[in-house]
Ligand binder design. Structure first.
Ligand code: ZN
Length: 192
């Protein structure tokens, strides 16, 4: 019989308890009693991208295919946490690529976005990481990624009350070199 794995103690709840007290709360009051364990579960789920290698997400779903037109997955919702404040930033991600003999199963692209979103992130870096991961595993002719997001660390703290979106993009290969490919991609992204 396999030995049961020793239960590792979760070290987040006592930290949250101290944090609550430091903020002036009483961690023992009714409404807060389960908060430390809930916060721990939520934070672990929202950062579970650390435990997943992006190449493992794609591996097994790459197919030989001589389709050579633009592939675009639009409006992929994502939720991430900014690494400066551990506050949410969220929005949509658009991922396009121009295949060179290999395509990836479409459901894998939203999953790839999630693996990078579920870490402490900067929007600029996340955009580039998604593009580079796809570029490395498919070796396509080009990749384009556009991310549009709202940052609660700016909106809630009053730095920017208007709720404006931050838009970032990363273009690789023909998407960078060829204005027509890039324009086709951006046009499809903007089309409602
Ligand atoms: Zn922030």
């Amino acid at each position: 019989m396999a030995k049961p794995r020793p239960q590792e103690r979760d070290r987040i709840p006592p930290l949250v308890e101290s944090l609550l007290a430091e903020l002036g709360e009483d961690p023992r009051r009714e409404g807060l009693r389960s908060t430390p364990t809930r916060v721990s579960r939520a934070l672990r789920e929202l950062t579970d991208g650390y435990g997943t290698a992006p190449e493992d997400v794609i591996a097994g779903a790459v197919f030989e295919q001589d389709y050579d037109e633009l592939v675009l997955v639009k409006d992929i919702p994502f939720y991430s946490l900014c690494e400066h404040h551990i506050l949410p930033f969220f929005g949509t991600c658009h991922v396009g690529y121009l295949p060179k003999g290999k395509v990836v199963g479409l459901s894998k692209i939203p999953r790839l976005v999630e693996v990078f979103a579920h870490r402490l992130q900067l929007q600029e870096r996340m955009t580039r990481e998604i593009a580079e991961a796809l570029n490395e595993s498919l070796v396509p002719r080009g990749v384009g990624v556009v991310v549009e997001a709202r940052h609660l660390c700016m909106e809630m703290r009053g730095v920017q009350k208007t709720g404006g979106q931050l838009i970032t993009s990363c273009m690789l290969g023909t998407f960078r070199r060829d204005a027509r490919t890039r324009a086709e991609f951006l046009d499809l992204v903007r089309r409602p």
